[in-house]
Design a protein around this ligand. Structure first.
Ligand code: PLP
Length: 489
């Protein structure tokens, strides 16, 4: 199967080329030329498989240059005993028509692991297949979850180095501790004075510094990114939509062929877009409810067809969704209005920060998607309500989706079986969850959360404060290049 850019359908690439490049030269995102269809019989056969079997079957359809044996090896190491639940992405039902899809049983306790435990395998294999001889250095600017998940995914992977910048004042205590205590011989971590935007802008500058790229080439390195625009990050996420559907059917709360609704806490639009691909492949999905926090640019977009990033940026208690430009939306737009229109709209987004899709396009989009917003205050109320009513503890991001789903049901009367996509362990955002539950905010947040909920701290977060701090360097945003330079000496 071939891939091409969302901004130019003429030039074709192999899967390995698309994954090795990450972003197309014209600034567009790679999309598959055709979408493989999956029959109901095949979905039925997935119901008899475990997560690894489902992952292998689905990924093979998009990666025909990879052998079955090759992919099987990757699947087994990406979704093995690095997860603390054998089911990998289990469903937790709170009633017969509502389940939470827990995507946080991996090594960093957030859903980024679902893709970033797989990406290093796909990327290193793709580099080999494309004949790349230089070593790759993955450069990441993170607001918290991506950095740690990328570090865990790439640690000690041969032929790779990884360097992560995080904003000094922009990550939670637990996220920071997770990163500065990171193990592995090929990793580096550094804080940047300022907020996430400062770190992100700094990384983009390094990427566009051709002189620096040349110098690194001389040392046998090239820079690449692990963010969610890479097809190799999106594809592994398609799997858990099929998996959730099969588990719903296996629980006898859904008939095979019946439509399921998904509500997804959204930032960069990667997670929900993977679900949209699953639907295009034939998975019966009734509606995608796109849940936002106060950075509700997508809610407005689905309601009006106008995407407008010219608005105040809010720092919320669901920080992984604090995003004003949802990059992956471009892939969906491409499917509805084609490469020429996408190139034009993205140009407008770049120059004016705003674009509007034609009204017939909005009509088509609205058949699949609707949006909803949830404030910090409502998020906290939802966490408490779900624990009280269903004895189930959820994190701040999941709570946004949980609340938006109940609003959606109330407003539309659509009470079909639904899945709330749960993107982080509540322990990862323990401080805010404790506060939501009215607990003692002065106590150790993890212990307090054990006490309030009767649940256990996930293993990867235990003893974090006692681990050796390996990285304590801080740079001004203007000095980020020097930090990378030093790291690659
Ligand atoms: C990254 C992240 C999100 C947002 O996912 P997107 O794919 O960017 O839409 C939501 N919740 C958590 C916990 C995350 O880490």
């Amino acid at each position: 199967m071939k891939y091409y850019s969302t901004r130019n359908a003429e030039k074709k690439y192999t899967a390995a080329q698309a994954i090795a490049k990450g972003l197309a030269d014209d600034g567009g995102l790679f999309v598959p030329e055709t979408i493989p269809l999956i029959s109901m019989d095949e979905i039925k056969s997935f119901c008899g498989m475990d997560y690894r079997g489902r992952a292998l079957a689905i990924m093979l359809k998009y990666l025909d240059e990879f052998s079955k044996e090759e992919l099987e090896g990757y699947v087994n190491s990406a979704y093995g005993d690095n997860y603390d639940d054998d089911r990998i992405a289990p469903l937790h039902f709170t009633n017969d028509a509502t389940a939470y899809l827990e995507l946080w049983h991996g090594p960093t306790c957030a859903f980024k692991d679902m893709a970033l435990q797989m990406l290093p395998h796909l990327l290193t294999a793709s580099l080999k297949k494309t004949g790349e001889e230089k070593k790759v250095c993955i450069l990441v600017a993170t607001s918290g979850d991506t950095g740690k998940a990328a570090l865990e995914g790439f640690k000690d992977v041969q032929g790779t180095r990884i360097f992560v910048f995080y904003p000094k004042d922009g990550v939670s205590d637990i996220q920071r501790l997770q990163m500065v205590t990171q193990e592995g011989g090929n990793v580096g971590v550094c804080s940047v004075t300022g907020n996430f935007d400062d770190a992100q802008t700094g990384v983009k500058k390094i990427f566009s510094d051709l002189q620096f790229a040349k110098e690194l080439e001389g040392r046998g390195f090239f820079l690449s990114s692990a963010n969610s625009i890479n097809w190799g990050r999106l594809l592994p996420q398609v799997v858990y939509y099929f998996s959730a559907y099969c588990d719903y059917v296996n629980s006898r709360k859904l008939e095979l062929g019946e439509e399921l609704v998904f509500c997804v806490p959204t930032g960069n639009f990667g997670n929900i877009l993977a679900g949209w691909y699953a639907k295009q492949m034939g998975l019966p999905i009734g509606k995608f409810v796109c849940a936002s926090n106060e950075n509700n640019v997508l809610t407005d977009f689905f309601a009006t067809g106008v995407y407008n990033k010219n608005r105040p940026f809010h720092t919320t208690i669901s920080p992984s969704m604090d995003i004003l430009v949802s990059s992956n939306l471009e892939r969906m737009l491409h499917a509805y209005c084609g490469d020429a229109t996408v190139a034009e709209l993205m140009g407008k987004l770049n120059s004016e920060g705003i674009y509007e899709v034609p009204s017939d396009t909005l009509g088509k989009i609205s058949r699949d998607f609707t949006g909803g917003v949830c404030s910090d205050e409502q998020t906290k109320i939802e966490i408490k309500a779900v624990l009280n009513k269903s004895s189930y503890l959820i994190d701040t991001h999941t709570a946004v989706a949980s609340k938006v789903l109940s609003d959606y049901r109330e407003e539309t009367g659509d009470n079909r079986p639904a899945v709330v996509v749960s993107t982080a362990s509540p322990y990862k955002f323990a401080g805010d969850v404790v506060s939501a539950l009215g607990g003692n905010e002065k106590a150790d947040a993890l212990t307090e959360l054990n006490r309030l909920s009767g649940t256990k701290t996930p293993k990867p977060l235990l003893g974090l404060g006692k681990r050796q701090v390996r990285f304590s360097e801080n740079v001004e945003s203007g000095d980020m290049k020097q930090a990378v330079d030093k790291f690659l000496r």
